[in-house]
Ligand binder design. Sequence first.
Ligand SMILES: [Zn+2]
Length: 1022
Amino acid sequence: MDLPTQYDHRAAERRWYPFWEQEGYFHSQPDAGRKPFAIVIPPPNVTGALHLGHALNNTLQDILIRFRRMQGYNTLWMPGTDHAGIATQAVVERRLLEEEGKTRHDLGREALVRRIWDWKEQYEARILSQLKQMGCSCDWQRTRFTLDDTCARAVRQTFFDLFRQDLIYRGKRLVNWDTHLQTAVSDDEVFHEEVDGHFWHFQYPVIDPRPGEPQFVSIATTRPETMLGDTAVAVHPDPDAALDQLESELEAKLATAPEKEKADLTAQRDHVRQRRTSHLPQLRQLAQMAGDGRQVLLPLLDRPIPLVADEWAKPELGSGCVKITPAHDPNDYDVGLRQDLPMVNILNPDGTLNANAGPYQGRTIRQARQQVVADLQERGLVEQIEDRKIDLAHSDRSKTPIEPYLADQWFVKMDQLAQSAMDAVRDGRVEMIPPRYAKSYLDWLGEKRDWCISRNLWWGHRIPIWTAPRSAAVESWLQAGLAEQPGVAVRFLEASDDRPARILVCVAPDAQPLQRELEQQGFVQEEEVLDTWFSSALWPHSTLGWPTHTPELDYFYPTSVLITSRDIITLWVARMVLTGLHNVGDVPFRQVYIHPKILDGYGETMSKSKGNGVDPLDVIDKFGADPLRFGLAYMTTETQDVRMPVEFECPHCRALIEQTKKNRLLPAIACKKCGASFSTQWATAEADRALPRGAVVSERFELGRNFSNKLWNAARFALMNLTDYQPGPVDEGQLQLEDRWILSRLATVTATVTEALENYRYAEAARTLYDFAWDEFCSFYVEMVKARFGDPQQGPVACRVLAHTLDILLRLLHPLIPFLTEDVWQRLGEVAPQRGVPEPVAAAASVMIAPWPAAQRDRQDPQIEARFARFQAALGGVREIRSRQNVPPKTEVPFAVRCDEETADLLRPMQPYFQRMAAATATAWGPQTEAPALSSHASLPGMEIFVDLADLIDVEAEIARNEKEHARLEGMITGKEKKLANQNFVDRAPAEVVDRERHSLAQLRQQLEALEATLASLRTRS
Ligand SMILES: [Zn+2]
């Protein structure tokens, strides 16, 4: 058999992925006779290539899908990508500007969308290829894209249904406006940043003040230009009551507050008391005036605006009065609705001021701000300007400040829909794992905020609404026939300030020919596109063919589980649940597994823009796909985010250079080992770009690579010894002790791994297999059976058990490391096509479709497992002493074990193995065992091992070693004594901590005593 000494991961990856694909193992068809197991992929955005977070997400999905496939489920892993509206358009627009100096308006809608399609084709291909290189076993024949015809039909149908049910409406709402991209962005696409700013205090003159009344009201703002859109000034309707209530709340807090908070609370209360004299009389007056319908004059525009009584004005803050700008502030917007105030929009979509700003029209916000302040100063209306840190909202996409902006938008009414999705999690139809994530889901849905679904973009699903101004002629044309068609829904929109009354017509996807008729009548389709999440919300059912009642939808829906990250529980998971319930009448998945996030060594999220992003392809290139997968699974525990220290790999000498916050931003780095330089992703200068690039990787994947090598070597050894393998049954009586042990361990490990994978405990599955494969199978069992291969009596059985064990181990490991296991499986098939204990059966054509092993519970023997666990430890002790004393391998040594009777009973039958594996003969076992006069010893939990060295030892070296140990123990004892002599520690520390310290001190003293005895006996020999 041709077996390379080193595992060649590249060759295996190149060979086996196409093999699986060609054999059709990834493809799934509905089959009423089998149980389905389905996962829809969280579709990666076509914005760019996949990062390590995607690698984790997809590895976990593939592990599960491969596991369930082997368990006999009819598995479907539905792949696809997301058009990612705003993100993708922003990327393409940025490139357009950088490379050609053009904006989207230079290109026009059609040409820009064509460009984005080109981008999409390129990145989609790249993403799908990355998934394949990771080994993902998706059903590629079913690959979907959120903008493809199937998904588009589902989007149209959903929009139509919701519109017809009045669950979609058009209205003016205050939105987060990105003036750079000129679109609304959702709250979730906004980040906050503190910036240096000012707090400007202005005076607005009171119109016709009566004697004794104030001449001015004072207001303060961080955005002076918004005063141009003011439509009221508010004062609290009952400032006395408001201050009373605040004071009694503060008193109540003071009564129970801890000492350190009291000073602050007292100051707050005193401030409230002081306001009674400084501000209350005037606020009472103003509240009265507001009640009388009095007005103030908005300076600069000289517009009379009302003084209104509203609780949004806080008598304890500032002057107690606030300006109200309903079209440009979310709180003022609420006041505007309550007080029925006009809403004056002063901005154009590009962030310049419009005609409502009077003389300031055409200026940018910054220009208008300067001019407004200067003009108010000239009129003597500026009271004060304070410096202030301001918490400013920014758009995540363009990184520019957000302007609250009143815009015509499309909304989904969330009330009933949100409730249905909350009920589904509360009553367990959808189970969140870990359960703590149900809270953010329920909290967010509980707000029941209407969902703004329109985006002023060109890349996406265009809103399927056609509009025309309302007229008798058009209405009668509609009534004459079109309105009666089943695929048509008509609504009327009343006139608003800036637009006449209009007719809205929504056309269902199957009635598309009617669109032409509408357009011939002068109807125009809405310009905006839908929020990307509107299409991804339908993903679990749209990908299965809904609204068509397909066999796939019937069979695979609801899917089994969704595996995703916590960032999109609200944006995506919640919305999939509510659209699934609305459209299909059932939840989209039974379980949601939320996995940890990947962070770098500093605990920061990885991203290309920080320079700490690891490209999964670099990891695959350096370590292989299996180590990537294994490393990720090994670190995926239930509670912790995955921390991955990041390194640069020197392209010259392959050394790993730790990435720091500093060097990760450099365009070129000099290797610490070989001195040569390499470039990073930041290289722009000619000289830097000429250098070879250093990949960004993480040594955490070395664990997986070492594991692969260890497994490969053990498998190689096994395969070379199986050349004479003869299939046949194995009788119980033919099994040796080590066979019964490995079969028992195999049963135990199978049960543990199965249970772990069924419950998404990936790290536990990976670690159990790692320990078993490495410590028990590779390092131990393979070595133990070695002696029997040549034996005509025992050889055949040894081969059968070995082939069987390797077979089961490959199956258990396959979901984690598919390439290596397939590579070995195929070679094992060549020498042992029929294998198994007790009866051999024909092995599957691929490990990928081999049945998942059932734990052979009747093989579990706790006594044998305990015996081997003790034996492994004791043997390790003997070997450690042999190597420490440089005893030649063939030289026989006598040894003794001091342990309790139970351990002695376990170890006694292992005598021949000590002989065989360590050339060691036991002279004594048990509690009475005395150390031989001249021996070297090893202390293990519950065991002391003594190797009699009378004829072998280097006495001087042994004395030196023991003296060193003696000093170490003495140091530890002194430390503990000091600690326990410290009255402060003894009094303050919990009793069990003190007890533990005392106990450990007693143990150390015992060890010291034993050591001194050994030293004494050694010294008599020297
Ligand atoms: Zn180097």
